[in-house]
Design a protein around this ligand. Sequence first.
Ligand SMILES: Nc1ncnc2c1ncn2[C@@H]1O[C@H](COP(=O)(O)OP(=O)(O)O)[C@@H](O)[C@H]1O
Ligand SMILES: [Mg+2]
Length: 267
Amino acid sequence: MNTPEVVIDVTGLDVWYGRRRILHDVDFRVETGEIRVIMGGSGSGKSTLLRHLLGLHRPTRGCVKVFGIDIARASRSQLQEVRKELGVSFQGGALLTSLTVGENVALPLREHTRLDENTIRIMSRLKLEVVNLGGFQDLMPSQLSGGMIKRAALARAIVMDPRLLFFDEPSAGLDPVVSAELDELILRLRDALRMTIVVVTHELESAFKIADSITVLDGGCVLMTGTVDEVRNADNARIQDLLNRRPREVTVDVDAYLRRLTEEDAG
Ligand SMILES: Nc1ncnc2c1ncn2[C@@H]1O[C@H](COP(=O)(O)OP(=O)(O)O)[C@@H](O)[C@H]1O
Ligand SMILES: [Mg+2]
């Protein structure tokens, strides 16, 4: 597969879960070699968007193209081709506790390649070095700190040399120093390995440090996509609320509330 200029091209994506509309007419394009941050409050649809980019769900409406391939219409073998190029590091994507760190990192190679044992060992050690865990391959996950576990999970996510890497909340639960190290690492993956990276985070400091561009989601809608400066200076009250961590003003529309209740009864 050649790497096109536009790695991700989402147009008019609508997602409904039952009677609830979760994503509204989302357009989302990511170019080769950029770090795109997806920002937005809890429940704004960030993870849902990621799951659609991974082809884990079919869009209710709209089109999701990754590496030029329409995920909803792809054949099984096309999907496999695309997935080979994806690395995923999700919040819950912990290591298997019964395997050593090195064995954890080697898992995708064992599952998806026919490389011999020696090559697998060398490749997983190299990836542990990339995340500054060189020499840690024989430890058990329980012997690592929280930040080291994140880095080992990252080594596993990149062990197949994906061209596109997804992170969901990489620094959740980490102290500021460790999360700053993770930011450095993400920048290094873009610069040294030329990966295209999509990061979901609500850590503003981290977002501003690593992003080439930011997409702001709110209530399932894209409020804007722009550079760090464009987002910071956006003349949009909702974005400024997010940046200043002001909770959304809660307006209770009694009529709408009652209508929803009765609709749900009917359904
Ligand atoms: N599988 C699902 N079924 C029904 N509703 C869901 C499902 N997954 C997420 N949601 C709802 O969709 C909305 C967006 O969720 P999510 O994408 O996880 O938001 P975020 O990652 O921005 O916090 C939330 O209101 C959530 O409750
Ligand atoms: Mg989420």
